[in-house]
Design a protein around this ligand. Structure first.
Ligand SMILES: Nc1ncnc2c1ncn2[C@@H]1O[C@H](COP(=O)(O)OP(=O)(O)OP(=O)(O)O)[C@@H](O)[C@H]1O
Length: 300
């Protein structure tokens, strides 16, 4: 488990990370989301022990990360601008990481290279951006580390590749202790991969929630009520986030489980009532509106 406790980091006058407290659980795909400059890369670099926080603590399996050689064997970090030496091919890279990570799985590496149709002998400098990202993920998984930190690694990967990475993550999580942490400025890139989302805004954490849990606790219902008084009663009885009218249809977005909400609406004897699917964008808008945070840019 990774515990981030009241962690802050400033660069001169810029407060890149501001009192972040957040836990990253075991065996879940954790998405770190935030708009440009929100502090994602800085937080990942602190978690990878590349820079030290000014205040607070970052513990990986109860040990501090910075200048802790032993703990470095437990994670693999893929920076946004990963350096790959010129003339190097994928097999050279695998050999390099084999020396650093004692648990490097060569057979797994070769299988994934085939699965992704990547040529191990070809110079990496001739790879496309997406191919380089795939290779870095393959190398990261092959190291067999418990944690994998990916900075913008999935942005721009095509859907087929994303699906392939997603299923590799799922099988790793099933078969061993494995927790990928993925930073992105685009929630759409993460929504089908992540189990948990931490939303960073201006260096601070706005929310950290399980995606399934979020979907379970917000619902949108459309119904037709027989009179306006019942609508007013419902607004008091439910934790309503939003109401809209479309002719005689009333659309209610409310916090609560489907059952809790439906029971209260059914008690008003509606002429018609059904639950509508909520998009992740609608859920995030509802969850973050209190903080006045504009989530639309995370969905572009
Ligand atoms: N080495 C540095 N020196 C000065 N300022 C920095 C440095 N690194 C980051 N910052 C600043 O800290 C803030 C957070 O940057 P960071 O790279 O962590 O954001 P980010 O969420 O990863 O953004 P992006 O999505 O654009 O990559 C920004 O205002 C950035 O300009």
């Amino acid at each position: 488990m990774i515990e981030i406790k009241n962690c802050s980091k400033a660069f001169g006058k810029i407060q890149a990370v501001n009192k972040v407290t957040m836990d990253i659980g075991e065996r879940e795909v954790f998405g770190l989301i935030g708009s440009n400059g929100a502090g994602k890369s800085t937080l990942l670099r602190i978690m990878a022990g590349i820079i030290r926080q000014d205040r607070g603590e970052v513990l990986m399996d109860e040990e501090p990360v910075f200048e802790n050689e032993r703990i470095k064997e437990h994670f693999f970090y893929i920076p946004d601008d990963a350096y790959i030496p010129a003339n190097c091919n994928a097999l050279d890279m695998a050999e390099f990481y084999r020396c650093i990570y004692p648990g490097f799985q060569q057979a797994r590496f070769e299988t994934m290279m085939k699965q992704f149709h990547l040529d191990g002998k070809r110079k990496i400098s001739t790879f496309s951006k997406g191919m380089k990202k795939q290779l870095l993920v393959i190398l990261g998984i092959s190291t067999g580390t418990k944690y994998l930190f990916c900075d913008e690694t999935f942005d721009g990967l095509d859907p087929v590749m994303r699906q392939a990475v997603k299923s590799i993550f799922a099988s790793e999580i099933m078969s061993r202790e494995f927790t990928p942490v993925i930073a992105s400025h685009n929630l759409r890139e993460l929504e089908d991969i992540c189990d948990h989302i931490g939303l960073l805004h201006q260096g601070g954490i706005l929310l950290s929630r399980d995606l399934e849990d979020m979907k379970f606790h917000i619902h949108k219902i459309q119904c037709v009520l027989t009179d306006k008084k019942k609508e007013e009663e419902l607004k008091k009885e439910l934790e309503v986030l939003k109401t809209e009218h479309q002719g005689s249809l009333l659309l209610i977005t409310a916090r609560g489980t489907r059952r809790e909400i439906m029971e209260k609406i059914q008690a008003k004897n509606p002429l018609f009532c059904e639950v509508l699917p909520l998009t992740l964008e609608e859920i995030f808008i509802s969850e973050t509106e209190v903080a006045g945070y504009e989530v639309k840019n995370l969905f572009q």
